[in-house]
Design a protein around this ligand. Structure first.
Ligand code: PBG
Length: 328
């Protein structure tokens, strides 16, 4: 007798026991894979700052979608890279725009997938900002109109859900209104509610050619020193009718996720962004870490913090880890 009544190690004895008492369960059903579709034909080009991730022309998308299907990842987030950019980003809402055509193609060829579209202007504007400029800043209310128009064009082309990532004030209400007016009352909105002005998006901007040509995004995306402001953004989006709230980036922002989860009864998504992918990939390529172990652990940690949905470029690998019983 040594007086110890509690011995936590008793429940860590072997894998059989550990997996019985596990607190966090993970599922491929909660994973969303983001990808880039671009104008052109027969293109599958690797993104230099995101090894293992590609930009696809529509005709090459079957390679990606067959792979997703094989891994059991059936939810995607679509980003478009247009052939043409202008001041107002008009190819974002064009009926024959890149996202709209990709949606039509995928709805017909891969009806078993759930298609979510990113709604933003930065890939479509010549200046790379997320909306319509007035002098050297983005004009909030003018931008609402083009965002709403873009969201509607996505839904008309077959999007199952829209995800505005621009961070304008009032955009959820503007999008909800235009969807409802056009009879799409049941199309959900996943709001990038808490989106910080983050350098972790660097590789994405390289991938999508969407870096701002001057200045930065700090007048619309959030200051990463702030927490209470995140809760305000989340509350506003809830009031405006968002169905799912997102926190972005992921790993370095799990404290924010925990707080948002506490204040809402909506599902909460976490976006593990391009820079997070590229850091793990680069460390793995240098031989510094075991890629799949780090990917699996990171995914579990995001779920453990309370994410209901994880958006990640590693979705297929995580699904495979779950299938192999290495996490879960
Ligand atoms: C568009 C958008 C960005 C990301 C998602 N939507 C880039 C940005 O805000 O600059 C970043 C995603 C990633 O880094 O993986 N506004």
């Amino acid at each position: 007798m040594n007086g110890m009544t509690e011995r936590p190690r008793r429940l860590r004895k072997n894998e059989n026991l550990r997996s019985m008492v596990r607190e966090t369960r993970v599922s491929a059903d909660s994973l969303v894979y983001p990808f880039f579709v671009m104008e052109g034909e027969n293109i599958k080009e690797e993104i230099p700052t995101m090894p293992g991730q590609f930009r696809y022309s529509i005709d090459r998308l079957p390679e990606l979608f067959d792979a997703l299907k094989a891994s059991g990842v059936f939810r995607v987030l679509i980003f478009g890279i247009p052939g043409y950019k202008d001041e107002e980003g008009s190819s974002a809402w064009a009926e024959d725009g890149i996202v709209q055509r990709a949606l039509k193609f995928l709805k017909e060829k891969y009806p078993e997938f759930y298609l979510i579209t990113d709604v933003c202007m930065c890939e479509y504007t010549s200046h790379g900002h997320c909306g319509i400029l007035c002098e050297h800043d983005v004009d909030n209310d003018k931008t609402l109109k083009v965002l709403a128009r873009t969201a509607l064009s996505h839904v008309k082309a077959g999007a199952d859900m829209v995800a505005p990532s621009d961070m304008m004030d009032g955009r959820i209400a503007a999008i909800r209104e235009i969807l409802d007016e056009n009879g799409y009352v049941n199309t959900p909105i996943m709001s990038y509610s808490v989106k910080y002005a983050s350098s972790f998006y660097g590789p994405f901007r390289d991938a999508a050619g969407s870096a701002p040509s001057f200045g930065d995004r700090k007048s619309y995306q959030m200051d990463f020193h702030n927490v209470r402001e995140a809760l305000k953004e989340a509350a506003l989006d809830e009031m405006e009718g968002a169905d799912i709230l997102m926190v972005k980036p992921g790993m370095a922002y799990l404290d924010i996720l925990v707080k948002v989860k506490e204040m809402t009864d909506k599902p909460v998504a976490l976006y593990s962004v391009s820079g997070e992918y590229s850091m793990i990939k680069a460390a793995a390529m240098a031989g510094y870490i075991d890629e799949m172990k780090v990917v699996g652990e990171s995914a579990v940690c995001m779920f453990r913090a309370g994410a209901d949905i994880i958006i990640t470029y590693y979705a297929m690998e995580i699904a495979d880890l779950i299938k192999q019983g290495r996490i879960g």
